[in-house]
Design a binder for this molecule. Structure first.
Ligand code: CO8
Length: 203
């Protein structure tokens, strides 16, 4: 879906879409495959050595192009799943306005905790991402003051998940939001958060 302007606190000069440049999305997609593949693999010694050699070459290829935060692409490509940031599970947004968000995601093996369940730390990450962007949609930039998460059932990896976020109320600088994560009809997690609008000069 097309996203409304002023998404997630991105100032226009920081907020990028494709613009016909290098295929950054393909590179991040490959990185996600590497994260999942390496996490899942029990490869023989020769393969591990070969992969380590290749990854060292990959690191050496990109390191000369390091830029400061203002110039970064990762995290700024709001047209890509997870903003082109390999930390965040790839999120696809189906509905988005100033009051609510509905998104889909699936967490690969990289996000495994144990016994088929996603790591408990990934769920707050997803909620913070979705609620942070929602809190800032059409509003001045805010930051998370708290995020309370209830783990109601395990969140399966490699399964379709639905994430919803809602703005419950706004009191001055304070924005109260809720989030839920479902697998089918099962509520896996829910949470509530406070975002506080930044004062001038606050980082
Ligand atoms: C594009 C990216 C999309 C993803 C976005 C992800 C968003 C994030 O993850 S941001 C990173 C994580 N968060 C942070 O690093 C925030 C660190 N903390 C801070 O910067 C500050 O504490 C901040 C800005 C939240 C609030 O500080 P400050 O501006 O001094 O607020 P302060 O004046 O103390 O409080 C304002 C109000 O909020 C309330 N409040 C502040 N913190 C809390 C809290 N933890 N619990 C309850 N109430 C709180 C205060 O009681 C006060 O209420 P009232 O006006 O009724 O008296």
């Amino acid at each position: 879906m097309s996203e409304p302007g002023n998404i997630g606190g991105f100032r226009p000069r920081r907020y990028r879409t494709d613009g016909g440049g290098p295929d950054f999305g393909r590179m991040i997609e490959a990185l996600r495959r590497i994260q999942d593949g390496i996490t899942a693999a029990d490869a023989p010694e020769g393969v591990v050595t070969e992969v380590a050699d290749m990854l060292e070459k990959v690191a050496a290829a990109v390191e000369p192009y390091e830029v400061d935060e203002e110039g970064m692409i990762a995290g700024r490509r709001v047209d890509l799943p997870g903003r082109g940031q390999a930390l965040i599970p790839p999120l696809e947004y189906d509905e988005w306005d100033e009051d609510h968000v509905v998104a889909r995601c699936s967490m690969g093996r990289f996000y495994l905790g144990a016994n088929g369940a996603a790591h408990g730390g990934v769920i707050p990450l997803v909620f913070d991402e979705v609620l942070g962007r929602l809190a800032n949609t059409g509003r001045p930039v805010s930051r998370t003051a708290y995020l309370h998460v209830n783990f109601r059932a395990i969140t399966p990896i490699d399964a379709p998940l639905r994430v919803t976020g809602t703005v419950v109320r706004i009191e001055g600088r304070k924005r109260f939001l809720t989030a839920a994560l479902h697998h089918g009809d099962t509520l896996c997690a829910d949470g509530d958060a406070l975002f506080v609008a930044l004062n001038p000069g606050q980082p």
